[in-house]
Design a protein around this ligand. Structure first.
Ligand code: NAP
Length: 524
């Protein structure tokens, strides 16, 4: 089980995080000591209405334990966390039907026994987690076992022991506790905090830890060393996958069923994916429709794919990276690129893929030899990453050029390739130039990301933009004597690869290209 601690500063933000978390996690932990005006009634009902299965844990840490977490320390006032207030909150959680309440061993037998009695009242279903935290170090294994038995004396549903790892060996002590508890038929959460403790977070699920904690993207860790949900799932996938067994999506549905496919993006009005995909679906004899949706709430849109049994989705700007958090599986290519442009819904299980890199490599490889050649890529976004990934996979050498140096350097250091500022582009000697920025896209037809003087040194120039068919940059390149590669073929190939993933069938790429050309003739 993956549990997301809800640590937002206000009830409003916490409600938002609860709804997002319920879509991607198995449990949420409501940190009532941190949510300043947190309303248990609101938060529990938001979780219940977002998911039938998600488990709710309610926690109200003491100041000392909350202060363990550097970036959350100082939140939660002294008075707020007084013991009587804490007891009131936990009793209320039991009354509201939380699945678990977490009470520290340090709170002592009177508090623990009183909460147990509350849980055992007729109709009650809440279970108790008894926890121990050591925010400075990891005690010896013998001491950890003693603590385990002290917790266990109260017969809790789960014992939770979390310590601070000062050195890698500390993980081993903590991980030892998991089989130790299992032999005694006791559910346990055993983890080490801190950077050195990350390994315990990765390995513990494989040993049978009751649950692991992960954070939502763009939120604060509730304990140091926590990974995001996506990272946890990616690591689990990497460790569980048999590399020889590539898992193709299953196509178990009946052929006569009507299949819906969608495009998620914002904006999507200009997209030519709907006519292209619909023509290919009709040609393949697949009963289905592809529609574009302008998305404002990504989490809700992904939930809609599951809820409305949408068979597949394309993902475009600005969601290609953000969407990864909400998926059950992400392909190795997409993980390496850091972006998903295709979702396959396999009976409610959403898998993410990236077809942009292949879409780009196919026409590029048809125009020139990639192996051993040098490619200047303008841009450092998702498409630049996909382009660089594909080029490197084919044995070519990318060079990143970007407007914002920080973004460009980040990508170039991840790829271990050179970076140049856009104004320095004239200094580079390379075989091919590829624009992956939106500069020159409809309706800004008179714009080019580079001066025409900078184009003369390239034999090949490619633009990923397909509307217009020939951007200003490609026109300038043609006049400078370069061989030009327009973005239309990339668009068709990335779309065809999507259809293959969704339907298992090879679409007619010439037909797809014809449909887009017809539409462009009408649009331009
Ligand atoms: P992205 O992640 O937002 O990245 C855009 C990149 O372009 C960033 O590096 C940004 O630089 C740069 N940029 C934006 N405006 C700029 C400007 N005015 N001057 C200089 N640089 C600028 O977008 P993306 O997902 O990579 O998509 C980029 C383009 O590729 C879009 O036009 C999209 O339609 C196209 N595309 C085409 C296909 C196809 O099939 N043909 C497939 C995928 C994408 P900073 O870092 O400085 O912000």
């Amino acid at each position: 089980m993956i549990c997301i601690p809800i640590t937002a500063v206000s009830n409003k933000e916490a409600l938002h995080d609860v709804r997002r978390s319920c879509l991607i996690a198995d449990a949420v932990e409501l940190r009532m000591d941190l949510i300043a005006d947190g309303s248990l009634v609101d938060l529990i009902s938001a979780a219940r209405s977002s998911s039938d299965t998600v488990k709710i844990i309610v926690t109200c840490r003491s100041n000392e334990e909350a202060a363990a977490v550097g970036n959350l320390s100082g939140r939660g006032s002294g008075t707020k966390n007084k013991k009587d207030k804490k007891m009131t909150i936990l009793k209320k959680a039991i009354k509201l039907g939380a699945d678990y309440i977490d009470i520290e061993l340090a709170e002592g037998s009177t508090a623990i026994e009183s909460l147990k009695l509350y849980c055992e009242k007729p109709g009650g279903s809440t279970k108790i987690i008894i926890s121990y935290h050591n925010v400075r170090k990891t005690p010896t294994l013998a001491r950890l076992k003693e603590i385990f038995h002290q917790c266990r004396e109260y017969k809790p549903a789960v014992v939770k022991i979390v310590t601070y790892a000062q050195k890698p060996d500390d993980n081993l002590k903590m991980l030892d506790l998991i089989p130790y508890a299992q032999k005694r038929h006791q559910e346990i959460i055993a983890l080490c905090m801190g950077e050195e403790g990350r390994i315990s977070r990765v390995v513990a699920p494989f040993l049978g830890n009751f649950l692991g904690f992960a954070m939502l993207p763009q939120t604060t860790q509730s304990a140091p060393g926590q990974l995001t949900v996506c990272r946890m799932r990616q690591i689990n996938k990497l460790l569980r996958d048999d590399e020889t067994q590539q898992t193709p999506p299953a196509f178990s549905r009946e052929e006569h069923q009507f299949n819906n496919y969608i495009l998620l993006g914002n904006p999507v009005k200009q997209s030519l994916s709907p006519p292209m995909h619909n023509a290919a679906l009709d040609d393949l004899g697949i009963k289905g429709r592809y529609n574009a949706f302008c998305v404002y709430d990504l989490a809700a849109a992904v939930q809609g794919i599951r809820g409305m049994d949408i068979r597949g989705a394309s993902v475009t700007i600005p969601f290609k990276s953000a969407v990864m958090e909400y998926l059950d599986d992400v392909s190795d290519d997409a993980i390496k690129i850091g972006a998903v442009n295709t979702i396959v819904n396999d009976n409610g299980r959403l898998a993410g893929f990236n077809t942009d890199w292949l879409g780009l490599i196919i026409p590029l490889g048809e125009a020139m030899t990639i192996k051993g050649k040098k490619f200047v890529i303008i841009g450092a976004g998702g498409t630049a990453r996909a382009a660089a990934y594909g080029i490197m996979k084919e044995g070519g050498f990318p060079v990143i050029v970007n407007r914002t140096a920080e973004n460009g350097k980040l990508l170039s250091s991840a790829l271990q390739c050179p970076f140049y500022a856009l104004k320095e582009i004239g200094k580079i000697k390379a075989d091919c130039l590829i624009n992956t920025t939106p500069v020159g896209m409809y309706p800004h037809l008179d714009k080019s990301p580079v001066d025409d003087a900078a184009l003369a040194g390239y034999k090949y120039v490619m633009d990923v933009i397909y509307n217009p068919l020939q951007t200003k940059m490609l026109k300038d390149a043609g006049q400078a004597g370069c061989l030009i590669i327009p973005g239309l073929d990339m668009f068709v190939h990335q779309g065809a690869q999507q259809l293959k993933l969704w339907t298992g069938k090879e679409p007619d790429r010439a037909l797809m290209k014809k449909v887009v050309l017809e539409r462009l003739a009408g649009v331009e």
